[in-house]
Design a protein around this ligand. Structure first.
Ligand code: SF4
Length: 467
């Protein structure tokens, strides 16, 4: 028997979906020029596998590396973007300032792994205004950090920043200065360690991210699968042959900057590229019209996203008398904290039920009832149902998951006094809280929860406006 009544109104459904599409363009070919590295004739990608030198045999000669370094650093000095974390890096010389610089590089690099530079600039400024030093970050709570990170995704990275800050701060030894020492900090991998060590502490080490791999793949016309660990290892080796011994940080940034602004995945601007005369892909494409520079690196086949399904119930609890205006402050929304491990760990969301497959309304409702019974831990004698509506669905995309979410809006009025009601909430199953509309609007919520909330807001506005 259903815990809640089963009528569902026929109000208009709102449907949203997210799709990702990347247009593929052909790029201009290079003029005829002699190859720097690679075969004299490479007629097609199908033949390239056999004609191109094995990746194991590839290296930059001293002369090639010197030429790439010189060209790139000259270009970078004139063309680098004016970014807040770089400005700081230019003015600090003293020891403690190097630590501050390392902190800024760390935060910016972790953010840059999430999204594009333009978005990161705002997040970075807000973060640094709130926690201008590592010590201040170390005193923050997970909730504060999650709120600041809201919208960037991969919340685990934000938690690692906090854990790392606590670890470094409590060690009393200042910021670790070498790749080896940095790798011991939670959440700092090879890339971030290389970036911090070279940019903040001038250690002569390479960095390899997607931009660097693409540039090197084109410089050396590498067709090997960039997702394979043996290929990635080779990219690290090639990058270490290039890195400048006097300005390692600037050189690493110049390589990444070139990949981000000139040697882009789909539409590289070879005509303005400072290293076009050292670029094998550019050279090959000039001799063979069946080849373009964007053929490098090989496109890795994307693994199929897993499909998942979820029914979300936005539960609003009315505390006042006969109020049909749920925007009034006497109402509150029920939020549940996600488990401390796994996807979106420790973040707040509306109660939801996982579904095994794409299910009909009755099954969804049953699953939600079961979940609400678990969450509330009490029966319908504690409240009456004012309304219950299915208001729409949308698809939320995570890296490996395509999650279809159905949203219902459930309004309850307490029959018992508030204290009695909340004392019966089942804290053993989940951590709960009820927040009002104002608090919900200013909380740091994940983008999926924000979408759900905005669907409810729109639905309520439509009700208030009437037919
Ligand atoms: S010449 Fe073109 S493909 Fe080669 S590195 Fe420059 S932008 Fe990239």
């Amino acid at each position: 028997m259903n815990f809640f009544p089963t009528h569902i109104s026929s109000s208009p459904r709102m449907t949203m979906s997210e799709t990702q599409a990347v247009p593929r363009k052909r790029v201009r070919r290079a003029p005829e020029q002699s190859p720097v590295v690679g075969p004299a004739k490479l007629p097609s990608l199908s033949r390239r596998d056999t004609d191109t030198p094995d990746i194991e045999d590839l290296c930059f000669t001293r002369e090639e590396a010197a030429a790439v370094r010189e060209s790139l650093l000259l270009w970078y000095d004139v063309n680098k973007r004016d970014l807040p974390w770089r400005r700081k890096a230019e003015v600090v010389e003293e020891e403690d300032c190097a630590d501050k610089r390392a902190y800024g590089v760390w935060v910016s690099e972790v953010m840059l792994q999430q999204t594009r530079v333009r978005t990161v600039v705002d997040y970075y400024r807000r973060w640094m205004a709130r926690w201008p030093s590592l010590e201040l970050l170390a005193s923050a709570s997970v909730e504060e950090v999650n709120e600041m990170w809201a919208g960037l995704g991969y919340y685990r990275r934000a938690r690692f920043l906090l854990e790392g800050a606590k670890m470094i701060s409590s060690s009393g030894e200042g910021f670790p200065r070498t790749v080896a020492a940095l790798r011991k900090v939670p959440g700092i991998g090879d890339y971030t360690a290389g970036a911090i060590a070279s940019i903040a502490f001038n250690e002569v080490v390479p960095v390899v991210d997607g931009n660097v791999m693409r540039v090197i793949a084109r410089l050396k016309a590498i067709t090997a699968n960039p997702k394979e660990s043996s290929t990635v290892k080779k990219f690290w080796k090639l990058a270490s042959e290039l890195v400048d011994s006097i300005r390692p940080g600037d050189f690493n940034q110049s390589l990444m900057e070139l990949g981000a602004t000139v040697c882009t995945p789909v539409n590289p601007n070879c005509c303005t590229c400072p290293v076009s005369s050292q670029c094998s892909a550019f050279s090959i494409s000039g001799r063979d019209e069946s080849v373009t520079v964007t053929d490098y690196p090989m496109k890795a086949v994307k693994s199929k996203q897993r499909e998942e399904f979820s029914a979300v119930s936005v539960v609003e609890i009315l505390r006042g008398h006969n109020s049909c205006d749920a925007m009034k402050p006497e109402s509150g929304y029920l939020l549940v904290k996600r488990p401390e491990g796994g996807l979106l760990a420790g973040l707040w969301e509306f109660p939801s039920a996982t579904l095994k497959k794409d299910s009909g309304s009755a099954i969804r409702k049953k699953a939600v009832d079961r979940r609400l019974r678990e969450v509330f831990g009490l029966d319908s004698r504690a409240f009456s149902i004012v309304s219950r509506e299915e208001i729409g669905d949308f698809v939320h995309i995570f890296t490996h998951i395509r999650l279809k979410i159905w949203v219902e809006y459930l309004v309850l009025r307490l029959k018992v006094d508030e204290e009695a009601f909340f004392s019966r909430l089942n804290e053993d199953v989940a951590t709960l809280k009820v927040v009002n509309n104002e608090a919900l609007s200013t909380m740091g919520l994940t983008s999926g929860v924000k979408k759900v909330y905005s669907m409810v807001q729109k639905f309520k506005q439509n009700i208030c406006r009437g037919p």
